[in-house]
Design a protein around this ligand. Structure first.
Ligand code: NAP
Length: 254
């Protein structure tokens, strides 16, 4: 059964970002095809049992390896084991990817400005999208707002800059990166996303309007953030994307 559903892959590298945050790369089997924004199901053996968790892919669909970004959940059966991961270890990977937080879901409005709003490890699917040339060719503006509690939790910042350099050069899209550090009174943006939307501060920082006729907005991360931000976006006139039509698409991250 396990062999039918999963392949065993090898961990290639592990990077620690903060006390409770790490990322890892592993081998990618040729059959594992995914669209940027989708997630994989990863498994490990614990006391003779296979435990499986969903992880959005960080790497692009064109990379030879797979990368994932994880938080250590206190007393979590999975991540307490996963945090001790090292190169050479093996993990199970379900053969098929999952999820609908992909740009292909948008038909109306047609692509113009893309807002990627993340908290914590919810950044992962957006990193994958940002490393896909299609994203840069579709949109005129791409805004990435990434909210963390403290500055040490702000992972992947250098990578985001590299992505901007590589991809923005080859396209007409303008990229706007807005880090939000909610527990730092000196950070230039330090309010939670719903507040920043309601006050107009997010639009001001991006120098761009959220608008029902132009904006695609994706939310990923803390389930309460997703809920509250959805409501804030609705209050300024945006609507949920259903059957391809509408602005807002969401993914709860745990
Ligand atoms: P977090 O509490 O989700 O905080 C990350 C950012 O989201 C912070 O800027 C935080 O602002 C903001 N935020 C929190 N609630 C919000 C809301 N309702 N609206 C808008 N923004 C909001 O921190 P985290 O480190 O990513 O995760 C915290 C806990 O979630 C961990 O202890 C972990 O156990 C659990 N978690 C579980 C999984 C899983 O797979 N099981 C995955 C990720 C996280 P504030 O500073 O104002 O709170």
């Amino acid at each position: 059964m396990t062999e039918e559903k999963y392949t065993l892959e090898t961990v290639l590298s592990v990077k620690k970002w903060a006390a409770n945050l790490f990322s890892f790369t592993m081998t990618r089997p040729a059959h594992f095809r995914f669209t940027a924004g989708q997630f994989a199901r990863i498994g490990l053996q614990s006391d003779g049992e296979l435990i499986v968790r969903a992880y959005s892919v960080v790497s692009s669909p064109f990379d030879e390896t797979l990368e994932f970004f994880s938080i250590v959940v206190p007393d979590g059966a999975f991540t307490s084991k996963l945090q001790n991961l090292k190169a050479g270890d093996q993990l199970y990977l379900e053969k098929i990817p999952y999820g609908f937080l992909t740009l292909a879901r948008y038909q109306q409005p047609t692509p113009h400005d893309l807002w990627l709003l993340a908290t914590g490890t919810g950044l992962a699917p957006f990193l994958s999208m940002l490393q896909d040339f299609d994203t840069w060719q579709k949109y005129r503006y791409i805004v990435l707002a990434y909210s963390v509690r403290t500055s040490d939790e702000l992972a992947y910042v250098e990578r985001i800059r590299e992505i901007q350099q590589i991809f923005a050069q080859e396209s007409d899209a303008e990229f706007i990166f807005l880090p939000i550090i909610t527990r730092d009174p000196f950070a230039s943006l330090n309010q939670r996303l719903p507040k920043l939307i309601e006050s107009g501060q997010l639009e001001k920082a991006a120098d761009l309007k959220l608008h029902i006729e132009t904006s695609h907005v994706m939310l990923c991360g803390n389930p309460q953030m997703v809920e509250d931000t959805k409501e804030a976006l609705k209050s300024i006139g945006l609507v949920m994307n259903r059957r391809g039509v509408g602005n807002i698409a969401v993914e709860n991250y745990w």
